[in-house]
Design a protein around this ligand. Structure first.
Ligand code: ADP
Ligand code: K
Ligand code: ZN
Length: 431
């Protein structure tokens, strides 16, 4: 355990720590973020009304739309000169969700992620290959700073380049692999094709997250790679990876409660639910300076587990994410909203407004096909023109969403019409 005095703190101690930090956070957002000040004033709430975690439910919720409305920097609680980094994640339309960090935030995040790697059993003696994407996504750099903070040897290879990943994995004696579970499976399958015996290699731990996966997938990855595979959860709005992490009991992810307060609420009534009941996860940050969040609704569905864990940690756990309350898709770890694709199609304007997203898993990799209707006239046009349009759409999707998709132009009236909500997504992936 990296921080035993905190990770095994009494529940009463955690409560006190959270209450103190909650008061500070509430004051910070009230004094520095007009959005929160207004939201508090609208319901007649003064920062002094929040004295402990018991008062949490008096606070208003924050949703993704609020982040969009305040794009890019209006929810930040520090002057821009205090920021040392920004990250961004997919929004529901063209503009991304932007989050920022002060130097203290980056330090805290590094400590937090170091703790997460240690929870999986990693130490300074490990070599950690980070195959999450580096860049605006929080995955790569979040893991990077954490593994460095732990004192491990970091291989910042980022995603892709599979053959090279496998070569360096062997040559460098990688012991810990951090990436999405689907990319891990792809690496495992490529290794077999290349005649590499991963179970015989030094690889021993997987830190996998950014997308949903199942216990069956865990077994498969553990067998194919000869590792113990652990689930890590997080989201940019709250900090990035490291909001919660599985311990070696592999029985739910411990929420890092010294940094965040977790709640589960009924997504319809927004009433907080007791431990053990399934609902939408909501997080309040406790230490963040640049981008504090108050009761942020994640749209992720899970359950909080109160029972003490065999590892000795006292932090509550959350079950694997069981789904979303919105239509966000996660393709190779990247969040994708149908509305983003729709705006690309409409902006180009050469297709009909009827489309469907078909998601499948070909081998290990998620595969996104965008079916879109073209006009009768267009369809009877030259093949070359259709190919040109396909290419244009593909490039635009790649540049807006940052992922590749296959475009399939189909005849008019071939995509099923619905009488209610259009069925935009056909997800054939099995968990
Ligand atoms: P990240 O880079 O950590 O994926 P994003 O902000 O891009 O951060 O995406 C966050 C979303 O990804 C979460 O709200 C959740 O839907 C999904 N996600 C992240 N980690 C997991 C996980 N371990 N299991 C299931 N879903 C996850
Ligand atoms: K994600
Ligand atoms: Zn545990």
């Amino acid at each position: 355990m990296l921080h035993p005095e905190i990770e095994t703190m009494s529940r009463e101690g955690i409560r006190e720590l959270q209450s103190k930090r909650l008061q500070e956070t509430v004051r910070r957002v009230y004094e520095n973020v007009p959005f929160y000040q207004k939201a508090f004033q609208e319901i007649g709430l003064e920062p002094g009304d929040i004295k402990s975690v018991d008062d949490l439910s008096k606070l208003p919720f924050t949703v993704k739309q609020d982040l969009r409305d305040n794009y890019p920097f209006d929810l930040f609680a520090v002057p821009k000169s205090e920021l040392v980094r920004v990250h961004a994640s997919s929004g529901t339309t063209g503009k991304p969700i932007v989050v920022g960090y002060t130097q203290n935030d980056i330090n805290n995040w590094a400590d937090l992620m170091a703790r997460c790697f240690a929870m999986a059993g990693a130490t300074k003696d490990d070599t950690v290959q980070i195959a999450y994407g580096y860049g605006l996504f929080t995955g790569g750099l979040g893991c990077h700073y954490g593994a460095e903070r732990l004192g491990a040897t970091v291989v910042p290879i980022s995603g892709g380049n599979t053959k090279r990943q496998l070569m360096l994995m062997q040559d460098f004696g990688t012991t810990v692999l951090a990436c999405t579970p689907s990319y891990a499976l792809y690496l495992a399958e490529e290794a077999v094709h290349m005649g590499i015996d991963l179970p015989a290699s030094q690889l021993r731990i997987g830190v996998f997250g950014a997308e949903p996966w199942s216990d069956n997938m865990r077994k498969e990855l553990e067998n194919k790679m000869g590792i113990d595979a652990y689930n890590i959860y997080g989201l940019s709005e709250v900090i990035g990876p490291g909001v919660s992490m599985e311990c070696q009991c592999k029985n739910g992810m411990h929420i890092n409660e010294d940094y965040f307060i977790a709640e589960v609420v009924d997504p319809e009534t927004l009433e907080p639910l007791p431990y053990g009941q399934k609902g939408e996860l909501v997080f309040t940050s406790l230490l963040k300076e640049a981008f504090p969040v108050i009761r942020y609704r994640t749209r992720d569905i899970s359950v909080l587990i109160e029972e003490k864990c065999d590892c000795g940690r006292t932090f509550v756990r959350m079950e694997r994410v069981a789904g979303r309350t919105d239509d966000m898709l996660i393709i190779r770890g990247v969040n994708v909203f149908p509305s983003q694709i729709e705006s690309v199609l409409l902006a180009i304007g050469e297709t009909e407004p009827h489309y469907q997203l078909v998601v499948d898993r070909k081998g290990a990799m998620d595969d996104l096909e965008i079916w879109v209707e073209v006009s009768d006239k267009m369809f009877s046009d030259e093949i070359r023109r259709l190919e040109e349009l396909e290419r244009k759409l593909r490039n635009e999707i790649q540049s807006v969403l940052g992922i590749s998709a296959k475009i399939k132009l189909v005849e008019p009236r071939t995509i099923p019409r619905s009488e209610g909500k259009a069925k935009r997504i056909v997800d054939k992936r099995e968990l």
